[in-house]
Write a protein that binds this ligand. Structure first.
Ligand code: MEV
Length: 326
């Protein structure tokens, strides 16, 4: 048996535009997915994802990829896509194409809510499954293999941002294939969660269509890139007021790309009115989470009372990426 965990993340700046080669700055946060893997010789894959969604389910299937379950297809696809991909990567890395696994996933990261749950499951899953087969991969290789999983599940439209951040931990900068850790000041994150989820693949495809049809959308994507570069300078100068202002602007630009939602806008405004330095949606959007910057309790309290907000919590930057838990 091998057990690994990897953190979720928030985007300080740059989601969506990063898919087109612009830079982005995601930051790992102290909410983890833990994947427990035991090899089995019959080639079958059993996935127990009790904590991955609110409903919880177990799927079992063999090499033909047909799950033997009675739960909504979208949930099965969400869990099995990433777990299948992680298992395939581990089989390839360990040169063990026929091996099966029992996989149990526990996650404190809500699924599809912009906190990088799928990347964390893929990173931790590949680490646990390869270690179970006697192979230790360095975090950068785990990140690259997890990226291939996301890329396949998101129909070829994914950046390296979520997977690199989850594997390495801390604040990172991703621009195309250039991925590195950043020195960042303490960032007092407050997260508001509407209890829902967005469909990352559909949202990314929607931005692509908009960008192809309207010049303003292509300009908006490059404007996000410029904003990220300004954000890096503000981080470097430890200027949290400027970081907050740029987060507000980044939310506005994401709104122009059509990826926000009423619940996300309501939480962003509640955070700003409570005195947060800045607030924006995080991740693909459509529903899920916002991230605000505030060292006081005011934003968390305001979010807690905002209609449509199901949970509001503080999240510290997690400087540790993937880690062994066995
Ligand atoms: C999703 O967490 C972030 C997006 O930028 C997609 C990606 O980077 O793969 C929307």
């Amino acid at each position: 048996m091998a057990v690994s965990s990897a953190p979720g993340k928030v985007y300080l700046f740059g989601e969506h535009a990063v898919v087109y080669g612009e830079p982005a700055v995601p930051c790992a946060v102290e909410r983890r997915a833990t994947v427990d893997v035991t090899a089995r010789s019959d080639g079958r894959l059993r996935v127990d994802a009790a904590d991955l969604t609110l409903d919880g389910f177990t799927v079992e299937y063999g090499g033909d990829g047909a799950p033997d379950v009675d739960v909504p297809e979208s949930l099965v696809e969400a869990a099995t896509g990433y777990v299948d991909g992680a298992v395939e990567q581990a089989r390839e890395a360990a040169d063990a194409p026929e091996i099966g696994f029992d996989v149990a996933i526990e996650s404190a990261i809500p699924l599809g809510a912009g906190l990088g749950s799928s990347a964390a499951v893929a990173v931790a899953g590949i680490d646990a499954a390869t270690r179970e087969l006697g192979v230790e991969l360095p975090p950068k290789e785990l990140a690259e293999r997890a990226y291939r999983v996301e890329h396949a599940v998101q129909d070829g439209e994914a950046s390296r941002a979520d997977t690199f951040c989850s594997a390495m931990g801390g604040a990172v900068r991703v621009e195309g294939e250039d991925c590195r850790r950043l020195d960042a000041p303490a960032l007092p994150f407050v997260i508001g969660y509407d209890g829902g989820a967005g469909d990352t693949g559909a949202l990314v495809a929607g931005v692509r269509e908009l960008r192809e049809e309207y010049d303003f959308a292509a300009d908006t994507v490059s404007a996000i890139g410029d904003l990220v570069r300004q954000g890096e300078r503000a981080l470097d100068a430890n200027d949290l007021d400027e970081v907050g202002r740029l987060m507000d602007m980044n939310h506005g630009l994401l709104n122009a790309l059509g990826v926000s939602a009423r619940s996300l806008d309501a939480m962003v405004w509640a955070a700003r009115e409570a005195g947060a330095r800045g607030a924006k949606l995080t991740g693909a959007g459509g529903g899920g989470c916002v991230v605000a910057l505030d060292e006081t309790e005011a934003t968390r309290t305001a979010l807690h009372y905002t209609p449509g907000c199901e949970e509001a919590f503080r999240a510290e930057l997690d400087t540790e990426g993937v880690r062994r838990e066995d």
